[in-house]
Design a protein around this ligand. Structure first.
Ligand code: NDP
Length: 244
């Protein structure tokens, strides 16, 4: 085949904006059948307006049962990108219990929910698959005011390793990516302040933030057969931030 995506179904969560949106559009361009999962209907409508082959699925990924029901009609799904997440910033001493719960619900628990549904079905059908979880450099390094976000992304990488271990025997690979700052809506929450941005930039050897495409292309590589022996890794996409 010309590429690995023709005749494949791929699910992207958090496809309404930012990295997930660009990823959904790129995968559709490569010929994949794209299931775009996100919370706000308005953002999904705008996505489908850009490519009407994309199939929108509007669901709050924090609702475990509703999410399972929303995914089911689209099985089998061979490729999955767990990208949806939120950032809630607070100094450690001010962290609120409700913020912890809602952040872990979307950033970690929803990955379990969606991946279980898709992987269980692939195993029954004896079909191989590839899953990419979108983690962050925050999984491996401390970022000021990001305590629950950092904890949630460290959890994503831990989960990625166990999923890789347990699903590997079924030829379902699981990896994660750890991007540095990308100036999406989420990126702007933490880094639109010029002083903060300058502090982060000075710690990135390439001295720039990542563009959305810088994250999209490595995810596509990890989904594709070009990475067929890569399983259980967390790949920094950070211009060298974590290396220094
Ligand atoms: P955005 O905030 O731009 O987009 C997040 C998407 O996730 C939105 O489409 C949003 O839906 C969706 N989403 C959030 N909560 C839910 C929910 N409960 N149910 C369904 N969908 C939901 O984020 P980015 O594109 O910046 O981030 C994408 C991924 O990359 C995240 O995992 C993030 O942690 C990670 N990342 C981002 C970095 C950055 O600097 N931007 C750096 C490193 C990692 P809606 O449109 O309805 O709001």
């Amino acid at each position: 085949a010309e590429n690995d995506f023709q005749n494949k179904t791929v699910c992207v969560t958090g496809a309404g904006r930012g990295i997930g949106k660009s990823l959904a559009l790129r995968l559709a361009e490569l010929g994949a059948k794209v299931i775009a999962v996100s919370k706000s209907d308005e953002n999904l409508k705008q996505l489908v307006a850009q490519n009407n082959k994309i199939i929108p699925v509007c669901v709050d990924l924090c609702d475990w049962n509703a999410t399972k029901e929303a995914i089911k009609p689209h099985l089998p799904i061979q490729l999955l990108v767990n990208n949806a997440a939120v950032a809630i910033l607070d100094s450690f001493l001010d962290v609120k219990p409700d913020d912890f719960d809602s952040l872990f619900n979307i950033n970690v628990k929803s990955i379990i929910c969606v991946s279980q549904e898709i992987a269980r079905d692939l195993i029954e059908r004896k079909m191989p698959g590839s899953i990419v979880n979108v983690s962050s450099q925050a999984a491996s390094a401390a970022l000021k005011d990001h305590s629950i976000y950092c904890a949630s992304k460290a959890a994503v990488d831990g989960l990625t390793r166990v999923m890789a271990m347990e699903l590997g025997a079924h030829q379902i690979r699981v990896n994660s990516v750890q991007p540095t700052v990308v100036l999406t809506d989420m990126g702007r929450i933490g880094w639109s302040d010029e002083k903060k941005a300058a502090g982060m930039l000075s710690k990135i050897p390439l001295n720039k933030f990542a563009e959305v495409e810088d994250v999209v292309e490595p995810i596509i590589f990890l989904l594709s057969n070009k990475s067929q022996m890569i399983n259980g890794v967390s790949l920094p996409i950070d211009g060298g931030f974590l290396a220094t």
